[in-house]
Design a protein around this ligand. Structure first.
Ligand code: ADP
Length: 491
């Protein structure tokens, strides 16, 4: 029997609410699953900011969880037929600003109870106890905000199978022991093989320990998070479940990220009209104040400015990079120390280095189209999207050999070029020296237009669509269901 009904649980989904990659996945994957014929419902908290985005909603259920009243509103994910259930509880979710952080950038002090309530509502709906008459085959949970769901489903009869997706191991939802008591969770969950994590309660452990299947957003990251360097203390838990842990690459929205139709770039191009790409480069140079020169290789970068993305290494390399025949353009915002240091470099070499502090969707498209190289020297990268946008735009990525970057970029070694496999440049070691020498190697290849074009054509021909990932998720659901049925038979 094939799995048909999926309850997709997330704390954000584009375009209703997005703070990062989780929002992109939760907005795109349910849609792709539905296109494969599955009946998918997306469940989200009804944040204040979602109200203005959601359009007309109708109430489909109301119930109490202990003393907390919950109302479920139904709407559609904008631009799709995917049904969305919005979990309303004013005290928990009706407040301005970011879903997780207050106006000072600190976690909301009641995050543990807010997301426990969300999880309990999900459990109610996934066990068909909300009066909607719909029971999923699978509840698909994402990140710590939904981590308690697989744990709480243990106590239900006729629970569906569960899948838990890790989007970033650095965020675990760990709270004090006192919080565990206040939440009123079943006492037996306080155990180091369950939710306890060094005298804290860890929401992500609910998913890691209890879900029928666990996955993350690239095969390499699935391996990496079983080691101390990448797991933030959870390596033991993940090693214990290595048989049930897999990696599925995220997709990209190929209707938005398509150089042949992109409304945000001045000159459309594709594999057959690659010569049109250079007009985007000169437009970009003009726009940001770099010397306009179609011949000079331009390396772009669009990123949150945080340590994860490799800014320490990049800053260490900057002196040397400024002396090479190339230009660098960085768009992003984040930690002030990085914003300041990068801006200082651009003041010193304005004709070669430009830094735009801020979030700018339109400029990000122009950078993808107008650059020759794309810099992504991340220390870790669960999947990463920009290297895949870059491949599609024929902008060759320079990446560290970690996570989703290692799974999508094939280094332009002589052998890989000869075999038609190469699509970018992979930095094999940490630190600025390896980064510099890889960029130098890329600049040498840039001087060989035929080889460069061959790399671009390979990159642009690849399929990174959600369709591919959705079929892999379909198989994962099948496995989860089989494991669940087998466990129920034993238990
Ligand atoms: P992460 O989720 O770790 O930030 P991803 O590569 O998975 O990294 O996704 C980041 C997304 O946010 C990409 O679509 C990227 O283009 C976009 N982005 C990041 N910073 C900016 C910015 N300053 N302006 C426009 N888009 C940005």
């Amino acid at each position: 029997m094939s799995v048909q009904k999926i309850l997709f649980a997330s704390s954000e989904a584009y375009p209703l609410i997005k703070t990062g990659g989780l929002g992109d996945v939760s907005g795109a994957l349910p849609r792709a699953l539905q296109q494969q014929g599955m009946d998918v419902r997306l469940i989200l908290p009804f944040y204040t900011s979602v109200r203005s985005q959601a359009g007309k909603t109708r109430i489909v259920a109301s119930f109490f969880i202990y003393d907390d009243g919950i109302t479920i509103h139904e709407t559609r994910l904008p631009g799709s037929r995917v049904k969305v259930w919005l979990v309303e509880n004013a005290a928990a979710f009706d407040r301005p600003g970011n879903p997780y952080l207050d106006e000072n950038g600190h976690s909301w002090s009641d995050n543990a109870s807010r997301f426990t309530l969300f999880c309990r509502a999900i459990v109610r709906l996934s066990t068909n106890q909300a009066g909607i008459d719909w029971q999923p085959d699978i509840v698909h949970c994402n990140d710590w905000q939904t981590g308690l769901v697989p744990a709480l489903l243990q106590y239900e009869t006729d629970a569906p199978a569960s899948v838990f997706t890790i989007h970033n191991m650095a965020y675990q939802g760990n709270f004090s022991a006192g919080t565990f008591t206040q939440l009123g969770l079943p006492a037996d969950l306080w155990h180091y093989e369950k939710l306890e994590f060094y005298d804290q309660v860890s929401f992500i452990k609910g998913g890691l320990v209890f879900a029928d299947r666990i996955n993350t957003v690239s095969p390499s990251y699935a391996t990496e998070i079983q080691s101390a360097e990448f797991a933030y203390g959870m390596e033991g838990v993940l090693q214990a479940r290595s048989e049930d842990l897999s990696g599925i690459l995220n997709g990209i929205d190929t209707s938005i990220w398509n150089p042949g139709t992109d409304d945000l770039i001045p000159s459309h191009y594709n594999r057959h009209q690659l010569d049109n790409k250079v007009a985007n480069k000169t437009a970009l140079q003009q726009r940001v104040g770099l010397t306009v020169d179609p011949e000079l290789p331009l390396a772009g970068m669009i990123s949150r400015m945080v340590e994860q993305k490799g800014f320490d290494e990049l800053l260490d390399a900057m002196e040397t990079l400024a002396s090479l025949p190339m230009q660098i353009l960085i768009l992003g915002n984040g930690e002030k120390k990085f914003e300041r240091a990068l801006t200082d470099w651009s003041k010193q070499y304005p004709e070669k280095i430009q830094v735009v502090i801020g979030y700018d969707e339109a400029l990000s498209h122009l950078i993808e189209a107008g650059s020759d190289l794309y810099l992504m020297p991340s220390r870790f990268e669960p999947c990463g999207l920009n290297q895949m946008y870059s491949l599609r735009y024929g902008t060759l990525p320079v990446v560290r050999n970690v996570g989703g970057l290692a799974d999508t970029v094939i280094h332009a070694s002589a052998v890989n070029i000869e075999q038609g496999l190469a699509n970018g440049f992979v930095v094999e070691e940490a630190g600025s020296e390896a980064l510099i020498s890889t960029i130098q190697y890329a600049l040498e290849l840039y001087q060989q237009p035929r080889s460069w074009k061959a790399l671009q054509l390979t990159a642009m021909a690849e399929d990174h669509s959600w369709k591919r990932s959705a079929s892999e998720y379909r198989q994962l659901y099948q496995q989860a269901e089989q494991d669940h049925t087998a466990a129920a038979a034993v238990g």
